[in-house]
Write a protein that binds this ligand. Structure first.
Ligand code: ZN
Length: 104
C-alpha cells in the first residue's frame, strides 16, 4: 500500500477500478507473487502491460536465456516469445521480473 501513491500519479485508466485495485494491492504490487502469470495478469489488469517502464531493463529470458531489452511492464522474448512481467513498483530491479510462459 505504501507505493500506491506513485501508481496513482501515472496516467492510466485505473481510477475507475480503484476499489478493485485496492483489494489486489494488499498482496499485489507491494507484495510478492507466486508465479509470473500472476504478475502479468496484474500488470494487464492495471493497464500497464503496454506502458513504458521508467527505464528499460536488459534481462535474460527465463525460457531460452536470450538477452533482450524489456521496455514495457509486459515483455516478450523476441526469440521464444516467453512472456515476462514486472509490477510498476518493482520495475527498477530485473530480479523482480518473472516469466509467465511462452505465448501466455
Ligand atoms: Zn526466450
Amino acid at each position: 500500500m505504501l507505493k500506491l501513491d506513485g501508481i496513482s500519479d501515472l496516467k492510466s485508466p485505473i481510477s475507475d477500478l480503484k476499489k478493485q485495485e485496492d483489494k489486489i494491492m494488499h498482496d499485489g504490487c507491494a507484495g510478492s507473487f507466486e508465479n509470473g502469470q500472476q504478475v502479468v495478469d496484474k500488470v494487464r489488469m492495471m493497464g500497464f502491460a503496454q506502458q513504458l517502464m521508467p527505464m528499460p531493463l536488459d534481462i535474460e529470458c527465463h525460457g531460452c536465456k536470450e538477452t533482450f531489452t524489456m521496455e514495457e511492464f509486459e515483455g516478450h522474448c523476441p526469440k521464444c516469445d516467453m512472456v515476462h512481467g514486472v509490477t510498476p513498483c518493482h520495475a527498477f530491479d530485473p530480479n523482480n521480473i518473472m516469466a509467465a510462459g511462452i505465448g501466455y
